[in-house]
Design a protein around this ligand. Structure first.
Ligand SMILES: C[S@@+](CC[C@H](N)C(=O)[O-])C[C@H]1O[C@@H](n2cnc3c(N)ncnc32)[C@H](O)[C@@H]1O
Length: 383
């Protein structure tokens, strides 16, 4: 075990401290206090412990642990967060959004306290536990040692394992893209169609294309199908492995060079495409960093560096939802200011309206923002 790997500690029945490795793909730290728990623990007692940040290391029946998780979820649904101040209706969409994020983070914190032991092969050594070793191995890879992790995270990775097997159909490719655990899934396909249909600048055929933050590799694949040589980057090793898998399946591995990079590879291209996370708010786990971009770091970095990576006559294509503008988290003037400061000008914009279910849900407190949301392909050139 390397020193960098976090450990979790608890007292066994004899009061002796026990330690083992802690694993969280979401990047959550281990709880500082952990108690052993089993089928005799009531849901109310479990809720109090979990709310106070105590991990419940389960050694009872696996299915009862799932029932306990559901019971904790029902308590969270029925009780508002504890707070000294009387509850007041939030004043704005920004306040509603921030309150929802806080409630989601609290929910994740509390439900994440139900912990399971795992064998080195990702099996769960508990009564009535299903065999989920394949899903664990796919998400964690080989670990070589038993560990403790959260039940909620296990259920999430089982869901993403099924999704990875099935894939997400991409009309523009006439094929499925298979998202790996923790890699942004192109379920909102409208933006992919924008990249498939926007007119290519002549410079792209000559000088190739960059795909910045390639995720599953879906946009790199679309550009390769448009006969471009592509270099695709990402910061996340999981994304790069996922993109390699998808490009291989599509027979496009030879057309796309994958590179680990913070934003741009070296050099210039005739087309530089980027679909950054679109909500400037803190990411509450490593897994939602593809949607939340604190302080618009990636967006601003892309706009600040783009001019230095374009050949004359080249274009940058920025894919961006305006949801953040409707939520009051970023203004159009700020976006245009960053474009101008990057020595860029807007050549054109192609808009599309997201089709996802949330946009049509009138009971969602953020409905006004979601219903107004547009996703755009901004065509940017050198000023
Ligand atoms: C919204 S996802 C888009 C993924 C893919 N291009 C698509 O359209 O489906 C943003 C991607 O940017 C990556 N990313 C975030 N910051 C980055 C950075 N500084 N440099 C490179 N990639 C980054 C994330 O890992 C994620 O895969």
């Amino acid at each position: 075990m390397s020193d960098a790997e976090p450990q979790i500690t608890w007292l066994d029945d004899a009061g002796q401290p026990q330690h083992t490795r802690w694993r969280s793909l979401a990047g959550h730290p281990p709880p500082l206090r952990v108690v052993l728990a089993d089928d005799t623990l009531s849901a109310d007692a479990a809720f109090r412990l979990a709310q106070d940040g105590t991990g419940l290391l389960w050694r009872g029946d696996y299915q009862n642990a799932r029932h306990l998780l559901q019971a904790l979820g029902r308590r969270l649904d029925s009780r508002p967060a504890r707070s000294g101040a009387p509850a007041r209706p939030p004043a704005s969409l920004t306040a509603i959004f921030l309150a929802q994020r806080e409630a989601q983070a609290r929910r994740a914190r509390i439900l994440g306290q139900v912990l399971l032991p795992f064998d080195a092969d990702h099996g769960v050594p508990l009564r009535r536990a299903p065999d989920l070793r394949a899903a664990g191995a796919m998400a964690h890879g080989p670990v070589g040692q038993h560990y403790v992790g959260s039940l909620r995270e296990l259920l999430g990775l089982v869901g993403s394992f099924e999704w990875r097997k099935k894939g997400v159909m991409i009309a523009a490719l006439g094929a499925a893209i298979h998202p790996h655990h923790g890699v942004f899934s192109p379920v909102r396909g409208e933006y992919v169609d924008l990249v498939a249909k926007a007119p290519l600048p002549a410079a792209a055929a000559r000088d190739g294309a960059f795909d910045i933050g390639c995720g599953t590799g879906v946009l790199a694949a679309v550009l390769a199908r448009r006969q471009l040589r592509v270099t695709a980057t990402d910061l996340s090793p999981a994304a790069l492995a996922c993109a390699a898998d998808n490009l291989g399946r599509l027979g496009l591995a030879g057309a796309v060079r994958l590179q680990a990079a913070d934003l741009f590879p070296d050099g210039r291209a005739g087309l530089v495409v980027c679909n950054p996370p679109w909500v400037p708010a803190p990411a509450s786990s490593a897994l939602d960093a593809a949607v939340y971009d604190p302080d618009s770091r990636m967006l601003r970095g892309f706009l600040a560096g783009l001019a230095a990576h374009l050949v004359p006559g080249g274009e940058g294509w920025l894919i961006l939802s305006d949801l953040a503008e409707h939520l009051g988290l970023r203004s159009r003037a700020e976006l245009l200011g960053w474009i101008a400061a990057g020595r860029l000008r807007v050549l054109g914009r192609i808009d599309t309206r997201p089709q996802h279910r949330k946009a049509a849900d009138a009971t969602d407190p953020l409905h006004a923002a979601r219903a107004a949301e547009l996703t755009s392909l901004w065509r940017l050139g050198l000023a």
